[in-house]
Design a protein around this ligand. Structure first.
Ligand code: NCD
Length: 333
């Protein structure tokens, strides 16, 4: 059995309104959030991890509130965990897919916003294939908006759940070497993680073929490597990313076989990192493409299942925080 290092975190019940600093109306991205805001969300989520592990998983904190999950792209983990998070806090949760909604019939994003406003929602969770679409919607609706992933821009709740997973295992974020490997070009998960890890004092390296690491990334305060052997040396955390075929136009990799040979994480490449380095993946995984099953399913080293568990707790914390009435400035995002 693994012994998880735990940070010294006060139980949720002792976090008061003044402790929890999150003066934002929406959660659109990690960019612009400070370390104390990120820490407040993570500390709040710790309490929800305990609640989710107990027999009494449901609280009435959000009784009477309405949450809509509006997903214009496929999702398993994110949509389900937001649904579970809302229900465990006692809210009414409705899922809307773009297939089957009026969006398919040509309704614009603005018309959709007007319709949602008339329904008096409290929180809207949106996933959209276009970067910036969630922000646009947030400017038109009367409720709090959470970005469930917009194009290749940001996926803030994924970065928060990754941070919680790392913090629980390593006891800290600051000072860690984190490698984000693979299709960074198309990854909103990578961008949100870069912002968060930098804000919290971790060192971030990006590893991948040149075609999947666009130029200019070094301006984000990261180190860039094109060779796993060099990039993984001395690393504490390895985050693998899926090849996002749906966002690619053209060929970015010569063949799956070659990609796996050079950039797929297997036992041999894992051996290049620190002996206690952990493996993460936001899912869905392409086994045999960016990661070998042998390491993905290694219960000692892989945190992939823990990431899913932390996803529910983090989303509960985000729903809780945005509905607390801590809005200090209406214009702020
Ligand atoms: C990620 C996403 O949708 O951006 N998945 C997720 O939210 N768990 C990563 C991916 O699709 O590869």
């Amino acid at each position: 059995m693994l012994c998880l290092a735990r940070p010294a975190v006060r139980p949720y019940s002792s976090l008061t309104m003044t402790d929890a600093r999150f003066p934002h109306r929406h959660l659109l991205g990690i960019q612009g959030l400070g370390p104390s805001e990120i820490t407040s969300l993570l500390d709040l989520a710790e309490g929800y991890v305990e609640q989710n592990r107990s027999n009494d998983k449901r609280k009435n904190l959000l009784r009477g509130r309405t949450i809509v999950n509006l997903f214009f792209e496929n999702s398993t983990r994110t949509r389900t965990s937001f649904e579970l998070a809302g229900k465990r806090l006692g809210a009414d949760v409705i899922n809307m897919q773009s297939a089957g909604s009026s969006v398919q019939k040509g309704e614009t994003l603005i018309d959709t916003a007007m319709t949602l406003n008339a329904m008096h929602l409290d929180v809207l969770v949106v996933r959209h294939p276009d970067s910036g679409a969630v922000k646009l919607l947030s400017e038109k609706v009367n409720c709090a908006v959470i970005n469930g992933g917009d194009g290749s821009h940001e996926h803030p709740t994924q970065a928060l759940l990754d941070a919680l997973t790392i913090r629980r295992r390593k006891g800290k974020l600051s000072g860690l070497n984190v490698a984000i490997c693979g299709d960074v070009r198309h990854s909103r998960v990578a961008r949100s993680n870069i912002y968060l890890l930098n804000a919290m004092g971790a060192s971030v390296r990006l590893i991948g073929p040149r075609t999947l690491l666009p130029s200019g990334l070094d301006r984000m305060g990261v180190e860039v490597f094109h060779d796993m052997k060099k990039g993984l040396a001395d690393v504490d955390v390895i985050m693998m990313l899926r090849i996002q075929n749906e966002r690619m136009s053209g060929n970015f990799i010569p063949s799956i076989r070659e990609y796996f040979h050079f950039f797929g994480l297997d036992r041999e490449k894992l051996g290049l990192a620190k002996p206690d380095a952990v493996i993460m993946h936001p899912g869905p995984m392409n086994r045999g493409v960016e990661i070998d099953s042998d390491v993905a399913d290694d219960v000692e080293r892989s945190l992939i299942r823990s990431q899913v568990e932390m996803g529910v707790a983090v989303r509960m914390a985000c729903l809780d925080m945005l509905t607390r009435g801590l809005i200090q400035s209406e214009g702020e995002s």
